[in-house]
Design a protein around this ligand. Structure first.
Ligand code: SF4
Ligand code: SF4
Length: 119
């Protein structure tokens, strides 16, 4: 079974994904491609497409709930690295559950996470 996130992607199309601007500044060690971001206030940037009533990150390829890929996976910003799937650490994550619900996907179960981690 593939990792549940690879057939989901809901959190990449549910929230504004914002972070400190330095994450998109190569001179400061930032790896996020700045062209895929937009300015958000004085100190932040956000992934293009996510500052919207119907967020959808520009870096997300595929169809939410079917098959998805982050096209900048190794260079994704901190909020993406920090958002864990439900039960990954033994507890549910409302952010994961809410994003999935938005696309009619059931919340992950502890068994889903255990299977994913085992692979
Ligand atoms: S963290 Fe949750 S909402 Fe995000 S892709 Fe994975 S399963 Fe889907
Ligand atoms: S950068 Fe990648 S992981 Fe982050 S929201 Fe966009 S598609 Fe999802």
């Amino acid at each position: 079974m593939s990792h549940p996130c690879l057939t989901c992607g809901a959190c990449c199309a549910a929230y504004r994904v914002s972070f400190h601007w330095s994450e998109a500044e190569p001179d400061l060690g930032g790896a996020v491609p700045v062209a895929l971001t937009e300015t958000l206030g004085a100190h932040q940037r956000c992934m293009r497409g996510t500052w919207s009533d119907q967020p959808h990150c520009v870096a997300l390829a595929g169809i939410v709930g079917q098959e998805v890929t982050c096209t900048i996976y190794d260079a994704r910003p901190s909020p993406c690295r920090e958002l864990r799937m439900s039960w990954e650490d033994g507890t549910p994550n409302p952010q994961c559950d809410r994003a999935r619900a938005r696309y009619g996907l059931p919340p992950l179960t502890p068994e889903d996470a255990a299977r994913a981690i085992a692979h």
